[in-house]
Design a protein around this ligand. Structure first.
Ligand code: ZN
Length: 369
């Protein structure tokens, strides 16, 4: 079987130990597949004198050619065209990464999501009213964020779904008032609610409700789940403690029921925060933090560029991607999970580092005639 170790890896529970050997073998089989099926990836490996057949330890994994996400936005790299799902990043500049999932890749992803959600107790059989701070699905919208937000409504059976962004006359319109009215109606019913989506929109709505003196109470077990990042809203970026307080004040939902997700189109691994709101790295991936100047790995606790690795996907060579986010990898957490956790710092004011990431992209461009 082609992805024997990869399939085994994605059958494991998210935070167990002693999976490193599987991870290395899974990365090796994936790297070989990409090398044999994607001429761009083969060229990049050859140029870097990297031989995927020789992958055998952590050092080799570290040395895998890193593909910058910026590069994927302008170059479509494909190793297997047949796919069940195509997802694109939500790129504001019009440039988008296109990532395809064949059935086995999607199946691995689904197993991962179920295992992660089981661990974090996000699956429930209780009927739930969903409030989605996200796009209502529309055939013109292929973004991963839409697909994942809608997919998240499968975690508990849906009683109703209300979207913040609906497609009107060819474009998406944000309607927070509609959500406010809906929340007031739902607060009188006996069902749980679960909100899903952009933290900034969630924050704007709750702040608006607080200013209007609207304070609601929701049934125990209701959850506020956030994902999709704060980064589009740097100017309004809110201290997380203030956000948790606001949720408690306006919706009467405790901090332990506020859950944050992190993922990326180019790295579709699901990171879910622990009770200390830390994103532990599950067994399905590896995080390396690199010095922005020479791309060498830095020590845990030091800041650098975020490099994300996973063997999940067959269709596109995204085994090791470099984001332009800065992050820190930490070892200790009191929650009981014995795996490192990643703190994402963001990109604010990082012109010199951006230049470095762009430089890496330039290097790859030279390889692609
Ligand atoms: Zn933790």
């Amino acid at each position: 079987m082609k992805f024997k170790y990869t399939n085994k890896l994605f059958s494991k529970k998210p935070y167990v130990n002693n999976t490193n050997e599987f991870f290395i073998k899974a990365m090796r089989e994936n790297a070989i597949f990409q090398y044999e099926n994607c001429s761009d990836y083969q060229r990049i490996c050859d140029k870097a004198s990297f031989n995927p057949y020789e992958i055998k330890n952590d050092k080799d994994i570290e040395n895998l050619p890193i593909i910058p996400t910026a590069y994927l936005k302008t170059h479509q790299m494909i190793s297997k065209n047949r796919a069940l799902i195509t997802a694109t990043s939500s790129g504001t500049s019009g440039k988008k990464s296109v990532i395809k999932f064949d059935f086995p890749s999607l199946w691995r992803g689904l197993k991962m999501v179920i295992k992660v959600c089981q661990f974090h107790k996000l699956l429930s059989i209780k009927r739930t009213n969903y409030i989605l701070f996200s796009y209502k699905p529309h055939k013109a919208n292929n973004t991963a964020i839409t697909k994942t937000a809608t997919g998240s409504t499968l975690f508990a059976p849906s009683e109703s779904k209300t979207y913040a962004l609906t497609f009107v006359k060819g474009e998406y319109k944000l309607d927070l008032n509609k959500l406010k009215e809906k929340l007031i109606v739902l607060s009188k019913k006996k069902k749980r609610i679960r909100t899903i989506g952009f933290p900034a929109y969630t924050y704007f709505l709750l702040r608006m409700m607080k200013e209007e003196g609207i304070f609601l109470k929701f049934r125990k077990g209701s959850k506020v789940t956030i994902g999709g990042g704060w980064k589009q809203f740097y100017a309004d970026e809110v201290n997380k403690e203030d956000f948790y307080k606001l949720v408690k004040e306006v919706l009467d939902i405790d901090e332990c029921n506020i859950v944050e997700y992190f993922s990326a189109v180019e790295h579709p691994v699901l990171y879910t925060d622990c009770p200390n709101h830390h994103f532990h790295v599950p067994v399905y991936s590896k995080v390396i933090i690199r010095n922005p100047h020479d791309f060498k790995p830095v020590k845990n606790g030091e800041i650098g560029l975020l490099n994300l690795l996973t063997p999940m996907l067959a269709n596109v060579p995204i085994l090791s991607i470099m984001t332009d986010d800065l992050a820190i990898l930490h070892e200790e957490c009191t929650c009981g999970i014995k795996r490192p956790w990643v703190e994402i710092i963001g990109r604010v004011g990082l012109t010199d580092i951006k230049t470095c990431a762009a430089g890496a992209e330039e290097l790859l461009k030279g390889e692609n005639k």
